[in-house]
Design a protein around this ligand. Structure first.
Ligand code: HEM
Length: 416
């Protein structure tokens, strides 16, 4: 008899990301799965939970057999459809995560030069100015919630700088970014807010179209949007629909992730006095601290999603065409087969094998921007407030796919 399991033979999956305590520490549950049921079917989530490093990386690298496009899901026309606002279609139709391989490669080639470490480095003074302004306001308050008062506003404002959104359009642009984020979890949206969110999205789309047209007429120097409009490779250019989808992907990919990178890093530093002292003595370790937090205390709850393009076998399990997989990168980065002593937080660990920014062709486009925002924010916080203290333990809120850090209340104690 074959050793391979199918969905009906697979062990029932004890996975429950909505169980009390999961957000605070999901890692014992993942260890249990890696040990006893590394690929198991989760009925409520209609998908396979994949927990070992090797299987996660295999699926991420194999775009021929595993697609990130929800249209490839067996339930796309029923369960998938309810989850979206029509306005989202406009900014996701050509999104990097749904494009077919050749189109993806083409768009990625055109946009990648705008997101290299050098290309995002020129944003440093602008990000520093945003952080300084937020920290001035925070210092005046004395006690702050790092998530709401500091981390939350950073990505939208950094994105506004990145795209050089004119001053008079900053407020509607920020409303648009909030609406896009809210539309990702329509289940959590109170019915009375739905129309306002859709209106903000429609207005934001008009604003973006106008901004793209203006930039075509009036190109700017050192401007990513101008670079993207002008980038041409062998006569090939990005269309307006592709530019809109790219901005949508930057918002979807770069907002909650960056807020959580900052929140979780500060939470780890404040809960570990020895780490806090070490970083004050050696601030250059902040860089690796961010990577180790993403490995050791990743804020993801449901990992990365893929859909099998054909009947496949992964880790001894038979997966049918169209079935969904949740690739648990958070569990993978605690797999002892890939990381020695994975439960230990080690600020000097070699983190090159981590998959917090993905792996393969969909590897995070915004990785250098995320690192820049994280390093500037955490570095400036530690420099300005070396005596800051946690007021109470961090608290988590509900979120369908993230361990949502809601409050990180800190007394800043600025030195005079
Ligand atoms: C800590 C911060 C961040 C984390 C942990 C993160 C993580 C990821 C991961 C895991 C993927 C791969 C998704 C998959 O394979 O299904 C991804 C893709 C992507 N990320 Fe990020 N990201 C972060 C910040 C950002 C920022 C700041 C931006 C943009 C400004 C961004 C833009 C994107 C885009 C456009 C993709 C799609 C790339 C493609 O499909 O080719 N991300 N990110």
């Amino acid at each position: 008899m074959s050793q391979e399991q199918t969905k009906s033979e697979a062990k029932s999956c004890p996975f429950n990301p909505y169980a009390p305590g999961f957000d605070v520490n999901p890692y014992p549950a993942f260890k249990e799965l890696r040990t006893h049921a590394p690929i198991s079917y989760w009925d409520q989530g209609h998908g396979w939970i994949v927990t070992r490093y090797e299987d996660v990386v295999t699926a991420l690298r194999d775009n021929n057999r595993f697609s990130p496009n929800p249209a490839d899901w067996e339930f796309a026309s029923t369960l998938g459809r309810a989850a979206r606002f029509p306005e989202m279609e406009e900014i996701s139709s050509s999104s990097l995560l749904v494009l077919s391989d050749a189109d993806h490669a083409r768009v990625r080639r055109l946009v990648s030069p705008a997101f290299t470490p050098r290309a995002v480095e020129w944003l440093r003074p602008q990000i520093q100015a945003i952080v300084d302004e937020l920290l001035d306001a925070a210092a005046a308050k004395g006690t702050v919630n790092v998530v709401n008062d500091i981390a939350d506003p950073i990505p939208a404002r950094a994105m506004g700088s990145l795209l050089k959104i004119p001053k008079e359009r900053e407020v509607p642009f920020q409303r648009f970014t909030e609406a896009v984020i809210k539309s990702l979890s329509p289940i959590m949206l109170p019915p009375e807010e739905v129309e306002a969110v859709r209106k903000d999205m429609r207005e934001g789309l008009v604003l973006l179209r106008e901004t793209i047209e203006e930039r075509r007429r009036d190109p700017k120097e050192n401007d990513i949007l101008t670079t993207l409009i002008q980038t041409e490779e062998q006569g090939d250019k990005l269309s307006t629909a592709e530019l809109l989808s790219l901005v949508g992907a930057l918002i979807v990919g770069g907002f909650e992730t960056t807020v959580h990178l900052i929140g979780f890093t500060m939470s780890n530093i404040l809960r570990r006095p020895e780490l806090f002292a070490q970083l004050k003595a050696e601030p250059e370790l902040i860089k690796n601290t961010l990577e180790e937090v993403l490995r050791h205390d990743n804020f993801g709850k449901l990992g990365l999603t893929r859909y099998s393009r054909e009947d496949v076998e992964l880790g001894g399990v038979k997966i049918k065409k169209g079935q969904r997989l949740f690739l648990m990168t958070n569990s993978a980065m605690h797999d002892e087969a890939a990381f020695p002593d994975p439960e230990t937080f080690d600020v000097r660990r070699n983190t090159t094998a981590t998959v917090s920014f993905g792996n393969g062709m969909h590897f995070c486009l915004g990785v250098h921007l995320a690192r820049l925002e994280g390093r500037i924010t955490v570095g400036t916080l530690l420099e300005r407030f070396p005596d800051m203290k946690l007021v109470k333990p961090p608290a988590f809120g509900s979120h369908p796919s993230l361990r949502k850090l809601e409050t990180l209340e800190v007394q800043l104690l600025a030195r005079s």
